[in-house]
Design a protein around this ligand. Structure first.
Ligand code: ATP
Ligand code: MG
Length: 421
């Protein structure tokens, strides 16, 4: 029968790779928890309406990329394409605002977008992200940006650049939008097809076009930074100067607009020179309108998300990691010996060792071969004779030396509590 394959755009994360995932999650969790962020886990699917209302119907994510289906109860359901909408829904529904202060949350999990799969771009992918809700201070923007750069630094990633922009308030954007449409309209015929369509639906997204001809045209476009109100400008200038205080380098990029509609003021991306076309490892910004848009009280907020797959691609190049091996391998043969081996394995694990038990029933020569392959430094051998005498053979797999121990001596001899030499 033909074997069934994984769905296009999804990937198995095999044990050799899982070590990288665990490492990234651990490093990120430690840094975020030190800054008083608490982990939140929201459902992987939500009502489609949440994303339509939250992300915006004219965005690529909602317009083209969502996995949407009707469930057996006739509800329209969508696999989450990003984390923020769900976290904000949870914040409102669970009244996390009730404490009255700032709420700091982080999350990690699978997201789903129907995109063309390529290196660093999948249909099921994973993000680690955070949201800071309840502060409109530029210090909040800087706190979250700093945490992103700290995580990347702790992972040892280099050649990263922080791109920074302000997309202003809703009113600033409306004025800018008009200026942009006025500039682009004479070039309409030369824009790529998607951008032509966006000219009326969502012109800011044209700034983000990957088409080279469109990019040339966009180079001459007006800068949104020239359309900021005094207040928006002050907010942005403060963000910039606080980043400078903290020694965080950034590049102003007035063409940086994020894919989702809910951003206001600060928008940023962190890009890697080592990732080819899928260069962005982290994207985020301020989204002051989203909480009220989703039915909560007016609450300013700022956050970001990092693509785990892209982080791990970078990490694999600079830091080889292997899954933990075992300390001790147990070979046994004969009914009684095999029974006893199970008990010995249990005791050793309780004493803190990593123990692999040979279950093959094959001869000792074959079992010892597997023991060498396992990476264990030591092998215990239990056969009929050992059962008879209440002993055990201990073979040092590095030196090849073998000795006989009484079973009661064993743990004491091995040193108890998880030696990992
Ligand atoms: P891109 O321009 O690469 O499509 P985006 O603006 O759609 O990114 P966001 O929605 O801001 O991405 O998501 C934040 C991060 O999640 C991205 O910077 C990227 O690292 C990662 N990401 C987004 N989409 C995918 C995907 N399909 N596969 C893998 N990672 C992704
Ligand atoms: Mg995208």
């Amino acid at each position: 029968m033909e074997a069934i394959q994984a769905i296009r755009g999804t990937k198995d994360i095999l044990p050799e790779e899982v070590v990288y995932w665990q490492y990234v999650e651990k490093v990120a969790a430690e840094i975020l928890e030190k800054a008083a962020y608490r982990e939140i886990r929201t459902p992987i699917f939500e009502y489609t309406h949440l994303f339509e209302r939250g992300i915006g119907e004219t965005t690529d994510v909602v317009g083209k990329e969502m996995y949407t289906f009707i469930d057996k109860g006739n509800r329209s359901i969508t696999l989450r394409p990003e984390g923020t909408a769900g976290v904000v829904r949870a914040y409102i529904q669970n009244k996390l605002y009730a404490s009255g202060g700032v709420e700091r949350l982080w999350y990690c999990g699978a997201m789903f977008r129907y995109e063309r799969p390529q290196a660093g771009r999948q249909r099921q992918f994973h993000q680690i992200g955070l949201e800071l809700l309840g502060s409109d201070s530029p210090r909040a923007d800087v706190e979250v940006i700093t945490l992103a750069t700290e995580i990347l630094k702790a992972l040892g990633l280099e050649s990263l650049s922080l791109q920074l922009n302000s997309v202003g308030s809703v009113e600033d954007r409306q004025r800018y939008r008009q200026a942009l449409v006025d500039y682009l309209t004479p070039y309409k015929g030369d824009l790529d097809k998607d951008s032509q369509e966006r000219l009326t639906r969502n012109p800011l997204r044209i700034l983000d076009s990957k088409d080279s001809k469109t990019q040339e045209i966009v180079k001459g476009a007006p800068s949104i930074l020239d359309y900021l109100s005094v207040d928006s400008r002050r907010h942005f200038d403060t963000v910039c100067s606080l980043l400078t205080d903290l020694g965080i380098a950034y590049q102003l990029n007035p063409h940086l607009v994020r894919g989702l509609d809910y951003y206001t003021h600060t928008a940023f991306e962190i890009q890697s020179a080592d990732l080819g076309a899928q260069a962005t490892v982290c994207g985020g910004g301020r989204y002051d309108g989203l909480v009220s848009q989703l039915g909560g009280n007016d609450t300013p907020a700022v956050g970001w998300a990092m693509g785990m797959e892209r982080l791990i691609l970078l990490l694999q190049n600079i830091r080889p990691m292997t899954p933990p091996g075992v300390d001790i391998y147990i070979a046994s043969r004969g009914e009684k010996a095999e029974r006893q081996a199970l008990i010995v394995a249990q005791h050793l694990r309780q004493a803190g060792f990593r123990v692999e038990l040979d279950l093959s029933g094959s001869n000792f020569a074959k079992q010892l071969k597997r023991a060498s392959k396992s990476g264990a430094k030591r092998c215990l051998i239990i056969g009929d004779e050992e059962v008879e005498n209440n002993t055990i053979q201990l073979k040092d797999l590095t030196t090849g030396q073998q000795q006989t121990l009484s079973q009661s001596q064993l743990i004491g001899f091995l040193g108890g509590g998880g030696i990992r030499d």
